[in-house]
Design a protein around this ligand. Sequence first.
Ligand SMILES: Cc1cc2nc3c(=O)[nH]c(=O)nc-3n(C[C@H](O)[C@H](O)[C@H](O)COP(=O)(O)OP(=O)(O)OC[C@H]3O[C@@H](n4cnc5c(N)ncnc54)[C@H](O)[C@@H]3O)c2cc1C
Length: 369
Amino acid sequence: MSTAIIVGGGIGGLATAIAFLRKGWDVEVLERATTIAEVGAGLSVWPNALRALDALGVGAEVRARATEEGAAGIRDSKGTWLSRSDTDLLRARYRLPIMMHRADLFDILRAAIPESALRTGITVSEARTDGTVVHSAGTSTGDVVVGADGIRSVVRRAVCGEVAPRYSGYTAWRVVVTPTEPMGDLGESWGRGERFGYAALADGRVYCFATGNMPAGTAGGGLAELRRRFGTWHAPIPGLLAAADEGALLKHDLYDLPALKTYVAGRIALVGDAAHAMTPNLGQGACQAIEDAVVLAEVATRDGDLTRYDAERRPRTQMIVTRSRRIGAIAQLSAAPLVALRNAVLRLTPSTAQANALAPVLDWHPPTR
Ligand SMILES: Cc1cc2nc3c(=O)[nH]c(=O)nc-3n(C[C@H](O)[C@H](O)[C@H](O)COP(=O)(O)OP(=O)(O)OC[C@H]3O[C@@H](n4cnc5c(N)ncnc54)[C@H](O)[C@@H]3O)c2cc1C
């Protein structure tokens, strides 16, 4: 039986483990954390990734623990609509994205993998193109080694040397809140160099996310900072921030990866953020990791030529990294004249044009063989 050694037990690693298991492979997931768990935040899963999750046999369970993202759009800080998505058009053309808690997706992915395949508390220090992985408990050897170890991947060194992530210029906050007032329409609100968004979770809670321009590594930035930035924005934002718990607040500087020359070397293939970490402006980072998983297992099983995986996945994922970065640059504009111009363009852009622009990202289907 063929074996896949998967470094990293994040969404990308777990999805890849399921994809190989379904092809009849033996799987070993090496995760440095002592428990396999996700951060307390929401995750939007777009129809392209839902098709990939269907291919992994978990799509129905995922949908059952998620809410369909309904009417949405972009407002200014006072609540005036700049752009509204045409939900009917999006549903008819692509199906709507869903929103779920990350922990729920993790539970579902984990449950599809036998406990014996998950090795926690193991830190990988080196991967070799011959299929050897050196780690804190010894070595493992596989027919394929999958680098699913995130944006600061160790496995990536064997594929393309040191590659430094790029700071986007802005940080992100996330928090899940129990709302105390009606939410109305969901979506994002854009100000000058900062954004606030919120989306409903299946259990009635609300996932809030915000961004702000600042140098990487800026200290502080707790709820007091969020309330200072967004406390005077339109309802229900001040109420959501009043209901938020400091201990549940996450703050991460946002980075992406410059385009790698390849995602494969010898027996090694990179998936997810290790290959193509992106800013979250399209909500596609995890979605692309799930697509990677399905394609990699298919290619590895078909004829083992991993360069086909590279050829299929690299152009698509790098296109999405670039788009996400561009959207972020526009959304985070801070100079007043540029913000006024951006808002005017948003108001004038028809919803059909917005829907068409999503086609290259959402019109993806799993390999059929
Ligand atoms: C603010 C924010 C919002 C986002 N929103 C969305 C969204 O709505 N939709 C979406 O699709 N994506 C979203 N993303 C992106 C998404 O979270 C990531 O793309 C995705 O989680 C990447 O998964 P991964 O498995 O590739 O990497 P990771 O989640 O980083 O997992 C890597 C795993 O490898 C382990 N590891 C690392 N190094 C080693 C080692 N040396 N040895 C052993 N184990 C190791 C780590 O402990 C970790 O468990 C968002 C990201 C951010 C920051």
